[in-house]
Design a protein around this ligand. Structure first.
Ligand SMILES: [Zn+2]
Length: 390
């Protein structure tokens, strides 16, 4: 016997009385069938309702051949009179995301003559896929129109048309349908075959915010949020933008241009810095031309700069070329080079003595050590004869 679907009769119903028809032990709990239910089963892109039946948690609800099956943590014998209560906040949220999706999909499919080829609601958000090339700018009028329809608080109609009426009706459908078809009509936006729960009036959705539009499998994937989730998103983004605005001393509606200015300035400085560093590196290496074994001790040089200074020094000093860069908590970076030399044994012993990591080719090694600059220098003095330390 088909379960009476109270969620179709009153989508706002969150509590109901019913009678247990059957209860079977299944993997994960007990499959509970009632004569009627307000629990919506997973389907049509809308996740399952959660809640309790006689205070027993229901963790999943599905429909099979017209029968709604509740997965309960504990058994309830057939014939028991029960009281069910669905998680109203969750249902309101899912209904709002789903209903918003109808309005957006209906408007997009009509405007771009395409199909909705995927729909997913998760905790992270809502995505809809379309088999058309749609740009972000194209979506702004859609968002505008969708929110206008919400403000107009239009009545939503769900109905089961007769075969003749159905045949004469032009409606959206995600797949080929068989049996009784339920149509959902959002005035001026959508007429679609759908088994989900919907708002009674569009005003209940509150707000639709489109977030992004990215290429996806030859079409596009649109991310969007509705209702309380949309408000929460807008609030979070405003708060982040307020911080950026304060950091950049820019108006809240001009942070993008201010950030672009800062990044441009930074890029120009990087170019200048790179030229200055090249000159400094070459000058520093030149100062030790022909001096033999040399160890330079620097501060806070990044791995690339440490390596470059060692390479330059290798070209000029005519012996062992070493750079140690004290980087505080990050340890002491090293880069050693020696034309035709073999620095492997030296590296292994230093890494072992100072909890280090690193290595390289026989004539060029680099890595990081942890220990005092003084002790590392002493160990190098012990290994390399007549080492000049600066
Ligand atoms: Zn629907």
């Amino acid at each position: 016997m088909n379960t009476r679907k109270l969620y179709y009769e009153d989508p706002h119903l969150t509590e109901f009385d019913a009678e247990v028809l059957s209860c079977e032990s299944v993997s994960g709990g007990f499959a509970l069938v009632l004569d009627q239910t307000a629990f919506y089963p997973e389907g049509g892109g809308q996740p399952t309702d959660l809640g309790v039946i006689n205070d027993i948690p229901i963790s999943f609800v599905r429909e099979k051949d017209g029968v709604i099956i509740h997965l309960a943590e504990q058994p309830l014998p057939a014939g028991t009179k029960v009281h069910g209560r669905i998680d109203a906040g969750r249902r309101r949220d899912l209904t709002s995301q789903h209903s918003g999706e109808h309005i957006v999909s209906g408007l997009i499919c009509r405007r771009f003559s395409c199909d909705n080829v995927g729909f997913h609601i998760s905790d992270d958000g809502v995505t809809i896929d379309f088999n058309a090339q749609i740009g972000w700018e194209d979506l702004l009028p859609i968002e505008e129109e969708a929110n206008r329809l919400i403000r107009e608080d239009l009545p939503v109609r769900c109905y089961f048309p007769g075969a003749e009426e159905l045949a004469a009706t032009d409606y959206r459908s995600k797949k080929a349908l068989s049996g009784e078809v339920r149509l959902v009509e959002f005035p001026q936006a959508d007429l679609c075959a759908c088994c989900g729960t919907h708002v009674v009036r569009t005003g209940e959705i509150g707000l639709i915010k489109l977030l992004s539009c990215e290429p996806h499998r030859g079409g596009v994937r649109i991310r969007m949020l509705c209702g309380a989730r949309a408000l929460h998103y807008v609030r979070t983004v405003c708060e982040e933008n307020r911080k950026v605005s304060a950091l950049l001393s820019a108006k809240e509606d001009a942070t993008g241009a201010a950030a672009a200015r800062v990044l441009k300035e930074l890029a120009q400085r990087k170019v200048r810095m790179a030229a200055m560093e090249t000159a400094w590196t070459e000058g520093r290496a030149q100062a030790f031309a022909g001096r033999g074994n040399v160890l330079l001790r620097e501060e806070n040089m990044d791995p690339d700069s440490t390596r470059r200074l060692t390479s330059e020094l290798m070209k000029t000093c005519g012996g062992f070329a070493g750079v140690l860069s004290d980087c505080g908590e990050d340890g002491i970076r090293y880069a050693f080079g020696m034309e035709g030399g073999d620095l492997k044994a030296l590296t292994v012993s230093l890494n072992a003595a100072f909890s280090g990591r690193g290595g390289g080719k026989p004539d060029f090694v680099q890595g990081t050590l942890h220990g005092s600059l003084h002790e590392i220098t002493q160990q190098l003095r012990g290994s390399i004869p007549q080492l000049i330390v600066e």
